[in-house]
Design a protein around this ligand. Structure first.
Ligand code: URA
Length: 214
């Protein structure tokens, strides 16, 4: 499944005012076993156009294997489809300061700019379960007051937030949302690895119950 080109163009235009670069399409089958909603692509992804193909992606594939699914069976997307960056300095080989771009979390304006793209994917990709990876994807779908540390590993059955005339509103339809941590979180907090492993085991069992497209 690929979003229509006009929608991708609209997304690129809406995000133009902000410090982001590149554009990565969501990717995966129309009837996937899961839909994964991440945060935003990083440097690797904007280089090759493949979501979760960098360091975090390697961890994600191991987690998916624990839940019993492979990359080609899931639809992978994110709240923002361009790489949000900030400038920073790094010491070069001769000790001179070299300016370079660093990843940063997307802002609420950037998330709003790409909201129509994710809304379209949620509506058209018929996934039995939507897995949010980290706080950005979770809050985008179920509200800013929610936290991954409180909700991870629990199946939520509820409406999701959708952009209507530049305001987020709840859908009438209910979706199955399974929040877990972002795979990159283990680089900063190794203890989360155990919690993610437990979540993947729960997801494996849930998939068995809701595997209408298997
Ligand atoms: N994090 C995301 O949310 N998406 C990617 O593609 C890579 C890292």
């Amino acid at each position: 499944m690929r979003i229509p080109e006009e929608l991708a163009e609209l997304g690129k235009k809406r995000i133009e005012p902000y410090p982001v670069e590149g554009f990565v399409y969501g990717s995966g089958p129309e009837h996937p076993k899961l839909m994964l909603v991440g945060e935003a692509p990083g440097e690797t992804e904007i280089g090759n156009g493949i979501p979760f193909s960098g360091r975090a992606g390697k961890e994600l594939m191991k987690f998916l294997a624990m839940a019993g699914v492979g990359r080609e069976e899931v639809y992978i997307t994110s709240a923002v489809r361009s790489r949000p960056y900030k400038w920073g300095e790094k010491r070069g080989p001769e000790g001179a300061a070299v300016k370079r771009k660093y990843n940063r979390a997307p802002t609420s304006r950037e998330i709003l700019a790409h909201a129509p793209l994710l809304d379209y994917e949620i509506e058209h990709v018929k996934a039995p379960i939507i897995v949010t990876l980290g706080n950005i994807g979770l809050k985008r779908l179920v509200g800013n007051d929610k936290k991954v540390s409180d909700l991870h590993g629990e199946l939520l059955v509820q409406p999701v937030l959708q952009l209507k005339e530049e305001q987020f509103e709840w859908t009438e339809k209910h979706y199955r949302i399974f929040p877990t941590f972002h795979p990159a979180s283990i680089f900063y907090n190794r203890r989360l690895l155990e919690l993610i492993h437990e979540d993947m085991e729960k997801l494996r069992l849930l998939r068995r119950d809701f595997s209408m497209y298997d």
